[in-house]
Design a protein. Structure first.
Length: 325
């Protein structure tokens, strides 16, 4: 199979690419290597993929419709995974246009590529747990109403789900949207909590703890996310009652952890205690996420197996190696 992965130099994309190459698939990666966070880390992830002769890479922006159309025409992929996006809830308050360009225009261009390329039989894309916004019913189920986003990032992800449903309906593209819940692990994202906390501890700086530490997150280890993505790529999905083959699934750990316990695991693995700046809640943020994974387990066979007591030491082991701590 030839799989096109956007965001291939990103945290999740590079892991998925690696996993698909290991089982013998051909992978075509696209990434614009933007500087939202250190592009050196993106290049380092890519450097692990490029030696594989089944890996081809295009440095392009998915918001560039001509470039995307040409890659689809030249490569004729069998399946497509759209992971390229402007991520982060907090950054969307300062840089709203980046979210519309990558997450809306870019997403449309990838769907157009799927629509006009006969070889494409499956489309999988990243949504986010942030679509649940301030919902109070826990755990968050894919059946719940998600019409009240609290950040522009969440609004773009919900829009992606609607646009994808529409393309499945209009053009028969079999599609799966995946709502990831706070993913962490080796080669992780420097703007996310585990990495920020490890950085601060290494540099002897204080960490910012929002909502005075009263936060709960369903933290999901990268290997569990990768297995869920690959299952959704491989398994056929059934049509809904309107005959549309589009499904949305949660990929979480199905366990809401206290932020302070997560910090505790990081401190233990780093061998040092963090100085904590206890701060109020940030705009656009939510106090708790908790994934109901019943549908993902039933339809995809998704079963996360990694608690933070196992996942955090694996992340810190990579972190120490990467930074030669
Ligand atoms: N990591 C998480 O906890 C999490 C949670 C929910 C959803 N997601 C979603 O999962 C996907 C992957 O996230 P990630 O954590 O790997 O993020 P990441 O930032 O590490 O990866 C995204 C990659 O996409 C690339 N990219 C961004 N805009 C692009 C564009 N316009 N054209 C081409 N490349 C572009 C970036 O350079 C980056 O390498 C994203 O869609 C994100 O919104 C992630």
């Amino acid at each position: 199979m030839k799989i096109l992965i956007t965001g291939a130099a990103g945290f999740i994309g590079s892991h998925v690419a690696h996993s698909l190459l290991s089982r013998g698939d051909q992978v075509v990666g696209i990434d614009n290597l933007n500087d939202y966070y250190d592009p050196k880390l993106k290049r380092a992830r890519l450097n692990k993929l490029t030696p594989n002769e089944n890996f081809t890479f295009y440095k392009n922006d998915i918001a560039d419709s001509d470039a995307v159309a040409k890659i689809f025409k030249d490569e004729n992929p069998d399946k497509v995974i759209n992971l390229a996006a402007q991520a982060g809830v907090r950054y969307s308050l300062e840089n709203p246009h980046a979210y519309i360009n990558s997450n809306i225009v870019g997403h449309l261009n990838i769907m157009e590529g799927c629509r006009h390329t006969d070889s494409v039989i499956k489309f999988v894309y990243a949504s986010s747990s942030s679509v649940y916004g301030g919902n109070t019913k826990k755990p968050f189920s894919v059946e719940d109403n998600v019409d009240s986003p609290v950040s522009l990032y969440a609004a773009t992800k919900k829009s992606d789900e609607l646009m994808s449903y529409c393309y499945s309906h209009l053009y028969g593209i079999e599609s799966v949207g995946l709502r990831f819940f706070t993913v962490y692990g080796p080669w992780g994202r420097p703007d996310m909590a585990a990495y920020l906390f490890a950085d601060a501890i290494r540099q002897g700086k204080p960490i910012n703890v929002f909502n005075h530490g009263n936060m709960m997150r369903d933290f999901t280890f990268i290997d569990d996310i990768v297995s869920g993505i690959i299952a959704s790529l491989d398994k056929n999905i059934t049509a809904d009652d309107k005959g549309v083959k589009h499904k949305v699934y949660n990929l979480g750990n199905n366990k809401s952890e206290k932020l302070m316990d997560y910090i505790g695991e990081i401190e233990t693995a780093m061998g040092a205690e963090a100085t904590k700046n206890m701060l109020p809640m940030q705009a656009g943020d939510v106090p708790e996420t908790y994934a109901d994974i019943e549908a993902s387990t039933r339809d995809l066979g998704y079963e996360p197996t990694t608690p933070i007591s196992v996942g955090i030491p694996k992340f810190i082991e990579w972190y120490k190696d990467y930074y030669k701590v």
